[in-house]
Design a protein around this ligand. Structure first.
Ligand code: ADP
Ligand code: MG
Length: 366
């Protein structure tokens, strides 16, 4: 958790001012409006925010996955990696050619999606699907290839491996399929693994096991993980760093401790307040953030969260807030942190809740 104190952190992804729009029949959707994101080797970075806030579109840029109606308005996504010859390379993933991206994909960057069924081919055995990437990138064949397949299923906690390798996706449970997808993603030892809501389609007990698995793999392989979820409770268990996203922007970023124990953006306050907590099962009604996210077809003036923000200042409706540093690993884009702003504290109920959480073993969100 105190990875930020280490001077040896090695940045592998640096996204700056990434802006993505979509042309639609109704006009231009400004889906991602200037995202900055850093990922360091071996660390887990979470992106959390309501559905539609731009999480998937942001990480798809890293994988070169683009829709036909997508417009890259600007920005860069530097990826730093070591190539096959052992040379350090820096590429901008946003402007990379399809050919170059194909070489990086699977080999250096891999992605796990929400629904394992869409990532697996129903007509191919698990072994063939695992073998495909390994053959393409690592040129293994025969016995060595088979052994690597066995090793990968072991890594993701699948038992009875020989039988499983001969199975087809429909013969496996949802949780098992997601393990296979993770095994495929890890097959070429990527430096960066992107998990886009990897547990959302699974039932709650399986979700917990898949999360535990991702953590375990990370401890073993030191792969960096970008973990996307709309569920803050999941984040508390997995992330070193948390990025809170709202209406196409990251509005607060910090370590898990910063975000859970010292949140500064009113949107983060709302998210935390609206989470069921193991310590507050007696609370009759959970807080909900009133209103809806803005329509991204419209131009946003000021702070996008202002209309839903009970603490909004006049300036929030007029001028977009810059990022204010809280400390050297925590910032938030809210005018409340400006020196001239009136002193506004987080809601009392949330303050009490955080105080309770600090004293408890588990961070306590579910
Ligand atoms: N191909 C597309 N055409 C038009 N709008 C899109 C397209 N892809 C995504 N969007 C819009 O971009 C916004 C962000 O989407 P997304 O990144 O999928 O959100 P999240 O992953 O946070 O739920 C949404 O408003 C979504 O409707
Ligand atoms: Mg998404």
């Amino acid at each position: 958790m105190d990875a930020h104190n280490s001077s040896t952190r090695e940045r592998i992804l640096k996204m700056r001012d990434v802006r993505i729009s979509f042309n639609t029949a109704n006009g231009v959707v400004h889906a991602v409006r200037g995202v900055n994101l850093d990922v360091y080797r071996g660390e887990t970075v979470a992106i959390v925010g309501e559905s539609g806030s731009g999480k998937s579109v942001t990480v798809k840029q890293v994988m070169g996955i683009r829709s036909h109606n997508e417009v890259i308005e600007g920005g860069s996504a530097e990826f730093i990696y070591t190539d096959e010859k052992g040379e350090r390379r820096i590429v901008d993933l946003i402007s990379l050619s399809d050919g170059e991206m194909t070489k990086l994909k699977g080999n250096h960057i891999a992605m796990v999606f929400q629904d394992p069924l869409t990532s697996l081919d129903p007509t191919m055995t698990i072994e063939r699907q695992l073998a495909e990437g390994i053959t393409y990138h690592q040129h293994l064949v025969g016995k060595a290839l088979h052994e690597r397949c066995v090793e990968l299923l072991d890594l993701v906690g699948i038992t009875d491996v020989e039988a499983r390798l001969k199975s087809y996706p429909h013969q496996l449970s949802g949780g098992m399929r997601q393990r296979v997808v993770i095994a495929i993603a890890l097959s070429c030892n990527p430096e960066l693994l992107i998990c886009d809501e990897p547990t959302t389609a699974l039932d709650v007990t399986i979700q917990a096991r898949i999360l535990e698995l991702i953590l375990e793999i990370q401890r073993k392989t030191h792969v960096a993980v970008i973990f996307i979820t709309h569920n803050l409770g999941v984040v508390a268990k997995v992330a070193d760093y948390v990025n809170v996203m709202y209406a196409g922007k990251i509005v607060e970023a910090g370590t898990s401790e910063d975000i859970f124990f010292d949140p500064r953006h009113p949107y983060t306050w709302g998210l935390l307040s609206s989470m069921p907590s193991v310590l507050s099962k007696t609370e009759a009604r959970l807080y909900t953030i009133k209103g809806n996210p803005p329509n991204m077809l419209n131009e946003i003036v000021g702070d996008a969260f202002a209309p839903r923000n009970p603490f909004a200042l006049e300036i929030d409706f007029e001028k977009e807030p810059p990022c204010f540093d809280v400390n050297n690993h925590h910032w938030a884009a809210t005018w409340l942190l400006d020196g001239r702003a009136p002193k506004i504290e987080m809601p009392e109920q949330l303050r009490v809740r955080i105080a309770q959480l600090k004293g408890s073993e588990d961070i306590g969100y579910e």
